[in-house]
Design a protein. Structure first.
Length: 188
């Protein structure tokens, strides 16, 4: 049964404010959105289903994998652990908001690309949001501190080596490219 079906069973009209549906105004990646949300709708589901935001992924729905990581009023959170109604009046930042309006990748996104820091891409948005927060924290970006910062994000494909390199490179450290990446960049 979907959340909407459950709300209808309880007598709430989907889309209209009432005891089980609430009006929200949220700023998502710089744009203000007004909507109505069922009481039990998770923020990750609202972002993906109602707003078609594809940055946060639904991985575990338990807060363990980090695929749904966003910034909520400047704080890193796992959006599967927050109800959409709690976001009313707040600012939400997703990985989609990291690039420039014209689609140009920011330094961290470009470093992920250069260093082959993704494979299937499922964890990438959570890794980008966590890494952005980590770099902006002002903490010394070392291999050890980067691994510690990323410990709440699970990647089953990469083995983390290239992710750690990409974060360090985005923080301005000289990090060698993976084998073959220099040839790809040169178009060879």
């Amino acid at each position: 049964m979907t959340i909407e079906q459950a709300d209808l069973r309880q007598g709430a009209a989907v889309g209209s404010p009432g005891p089980d549906v609430h009006a929200v105004t949220v700023t998502v990646d710089g744009r203000t959105v007004q909507d109505t949300v069922p009481s039990r709708r998770l923020l990750v589901h609202w972002l993906r289903d109602a707003l078609d935001e594809r940055g946060p992924k639904i991985g575990c729905d338990t807060g363990n994998c980090g695929a749904c990581t966003i910034r909520w009023d400047g704080q890193l959170v796992k959006s599967c652990m927050v109800l959409a109604v709690q976001a009313d009046g707040t600012r939400v930042e997703t990985a989609a908001g990291l690039a420039a309006e014209d689609g140009t990748l920011n330094e961290l996104q470009a470093a992920f690309k250069r260093h082959h820091a993704l494979q299937c891409g499922y964890c990438t948005s959570g890794m980008l949001m966590t890494s952005t927060d980590f770099i902006e924290s002002g903490e010394d970006v070392t291999e050890t501190s980067t691994r510690r910062a990323l410990k709440g994000n699970i990647c089953r494909c990469t083995g983390y080596e290239n992710i750690v390199r990409a974060v360090r490179a985005a923080a301005g450290q000289a990090v060698p490219l993976p084998h073959g990446a220099d040839h790809e960049e040169a178009g060879q």
